[in-house]
Design a protein around this ligand. Structure first.
Ligand code: 13P
Ligand code: SF4
Length: 325
């Protein structure tokens, strides 16, 4: 089990690593950008943390020379696409997103040929090459806004079928053509898990990420991105919440809302890729300046168009949390 209580030696070791990271960060003029699913100790060293949209926006605004991206590859790739003048480092090269691998640019091209009148919207959880073949990108926090902004009625939505279905339920005027992709972590949440947790905590509100199945989303009081969950919980008068998303969310939710209680519907909501990054790998990344994420100029230019269009629809709203670490 990840994020278990740590013994004294581990605490001392982590503190030494944190000091080393702070020193290296200063000498490299680096910023540490952290996704909400990262390990607790990685969240503690974040300069900026948030959901995919907030992190893309933060990557555009930072004046650091180096971005250490603690997340998965597609996130670091987006930061690199949006910033040619900065070095973007992913501390663990293997940290990928299995959902992003469920579509290739070739397959997307074939799909487009089958629906020549459709616009292509890609979830940011996709490769730079897939973004380059799309008309516009979206994240879980702006997918509805992005699809609504398009003049086309027919929309090819890739790769997440659950997010695509959710967008369709909110925009009946559109015809969403789905792709058979999904998140292997979020599909582990079953309706029975939510119902059982709700029976144990009848006063709790259910908040679900739109990557969950439609059956789970039907049981949710509120559906939003990981960044949206922080805003919602803070505003709510409710004291108990069932959080249907990756387990890493609970650390900061609890830290920021000590008077509220949070429950996972099931204990196996762990994205193994997100948990690959450790303090040791962050220190290694800054020391050796690895692993640099680069995209070829040709792909970058086209992929940037999709991301820029998305950022133009969303404007400057950001759920990023800037820390003074
Ligand atoms: P958010 O943009 O909501 O943080 O989601 C990213 C992700 O990978 C969810 O699985
Ligand atoms: Fe990809 Fe799912 Fe992990 Fe998010 S939680 S990075 S969608 S595998």
């Amino acid at each position: 089990m990840l994020n278990q209580p740590k013994d004294l030696d581990e605490i001392k070791y982590n503190e030494a690593l944190k000091k080393k990271i702070v020193k290296l960060k200063k000498s490299r003029n680096a910023v540490i950008i952290v996704h909400n699913y990262q390990r607790d100790e990685i969240q503690d060293i974040a300069d900026i943390s948030g959901d995919s949209l907030a992190l893309s926006q933060a990557a555009v605004r930072t004046d650091a020379d180096v971005i250490v991206f603690c997340g998965v590859r597609f996130m670091a790739e987006s930061a690199s696409i949006l910033n040619t003048d900065k070095k973007v480092l992913l501390p663990v090269m293997e940290a990928g997103c299995p959902m992003a691998d469920m579509i290739t640019p070739e397959k997307l091209k074939t799909k487009r040929l089958q629906h020549p009148d459709a616009a292509v919207v890609c979830y940011v959880n996709s490769s730079a090459e897939v973004k380059a073949e799309s008309d516009i990108a979206c994240t879980s926090s702006n997918a509805i806004e992005v699809v609504r902004s398009l003049k086309e009625k027919n929309i090819i939505f890739v790769p997440d079928k659950n997010l695509g279905r959710y967008v369709q339920s909110q925009l009946p005027e559109k015809n969403i053509i789905l792709w058979e992709g999904f998140c292997p972590t979020h599909i582990r949440v079953q309706e029975e898990d939510v119902a059982r947790t709700k029976s144990l905590h009848p006063e709790a509100e259910v908040i679900a990420h739109p990557e969950c199945s439609p059956e789970v989303l039907a049981l949710a009081d509120h559906i939003c991105s990981t960044g949206g969950m922080f805003t919602y919980v803070k505003k709510s008068r409710t004291k108990e919440f069932i959080i249907a998303t990756e387990s890493g969310m609970l650390y900061k939710l609890q830290k920021e809302n000590p008077d509220k209680n949070f429950y996972l519907p099931t204990q196996n909501l762990v994205c193994a890729n997100m948990k690959l990054i450790t303090l040791g790998w962050v220190a290694h990344s800054l020391e050796k300046m690895v692993y640099e994420i680069k995209v070829s100029d040709e792909v970058r230019e086209k992929a940037k168009r999709s991301l820029d269009r998305m950022l133009a629809v969303t404007g400057e709203k950001s759920g990023a949390i800037i820390s003074g670490y």
